[in-house]
Design a protein around this ligand. Structure first.
Ligand code: NAP
Length: 274
């Protein structure tokens, strides 16, 4: 029996049970993926749940807000990716050690590569602008830097962007305020803020007075609704754009692989939430 689940608070809106239960079924595996809501300051509940992974009663867990950093002290080891990002989204046992991993970064990159064409990689400057400097921005920035992009971060609290940049001090990261930006210098624009998410579907993270340049690819991490205002505006201008459902599926598939050693077609997982 493969017992999986998600730690977070709140978790009731999560699409992960649908995706992961479909994956278990498609692989013919006996198991389930449950929700484990744990209040933000309930460290004892976190510890108790993680003890169930140590004892192999639970095979593996995903972690979401607000516990992506809270679980770190309970791990025996962090993978290099989780260490670099400073956040965990996947937990499992290996060689009797409790491992904290992060599949958000490789999940984002795998999905991005489906869209960003070879032309940008060959002829563009590979300049990326990331809006937001929270948890998902950390994973995205790490993935982009590993992939050779030049990254600029902008966030409403510039201090948060500075903190993010200082965690990747081996790289040249630019920090800018939205007001000072020349968007035409970017090949890729990524929204890593929740702006535009249900129920604020008429909001865009880009101010009205900033228009998207031609040839920029827009990647919005928000996946609820399936088409955000940012993506709609970009498409209306003839630009290529996507929301974050693909990243959600990719990170889920990578976690599933770590727990079960089964590689699954992404279509099966996507069909579970489409
Ligand atoms: P987070 O850690 O809370 O960070 C959010 C960032 O957005 C912070 O920098 C925050 O700044 C900023 N922000 C929030 N509201 C804003 C506003 N009204 N205007 C400007 N900036 C604002 O959240 P997260 O985990 O990074 O998640 C961000 C979004 O990405 C969510 O919608 C989430 O669903 C989505 N996401 C998608 C995937 C996927 O697989 N597709 C994965 C992870 C996250 P302050 O700190 O000042 O509020």
């Amino acid at each position: 029996m493969i017992r999986l689940g998600l730690i977070g608070y709140p978790v009731s809106h999560s699409l992960s049970p649908k995706i992961q239960n479909a994956a278990l079924k498609a692989c013919g595996l006996d198991g389930d993926y449950s929700l484990f809501p744990i209040a933000p300051d309930d460290m004892q509940a976190l510890k108790d749940l993680l003890a169930r992974v140590r004892s192999s009663e639970i095979t593996g867990l995903n972690v979401t807000i607000p516990h992506k950093q809270n679980v770190i002290p309970f791990m025996d080891e962090l993978t290099p990716t989780a260490k670099a990002i400073g956040a965990i989204n996947t937990i499992y046992m290996r060689d009797e050690k409790l491992i904290g991993d992060n599949t958000d970064a490789p999940g984002f990159l795998a999905d991005l590569k489906k869209f960003v064409n070879k032309e940008i990689r060959k002829h563009g400057n590979m300049n990326a602008l990331v809006l937001g400097a929270g948890g998902s921005a950390r994973a995205v920035v790490y993935a982009l830097l590993q992939d050779g992009w030049k990254v600029t971060i902008t966030s409403r609290r510039i201090e948060q962007a500075r903190q993010l940049a200082s965690s990747f001090s081996n790289y040249q990261l630019q920090i800018a305020s939205l007001a000072d930006l020349r968007l035409s210098t970017f090949d890729l624009l990524i929204n890593a803020t929740p702006v535009g998410m249900i129920p604020n579907m008429e909001q865009s993270p880009l101010p009205e007075n900033l228009s998207l340049p031609s040839n920029v690819f827009v990647y919005d991490l928000v996946y609820n609704p399936r088409e955000t205002k940012l993506v709609r505006d970009a498409r209306a201008q003839g630009l290529s754009a996507t929301t974050g459902l693909g990243m959600l599926i990719e990170q889920a598939a990578l976690s599933f692989e770590l727990w079960t050693e089964h590689t699954l077609s992404r279509e099966i997982m996507r069909a579970a939430v489409d």
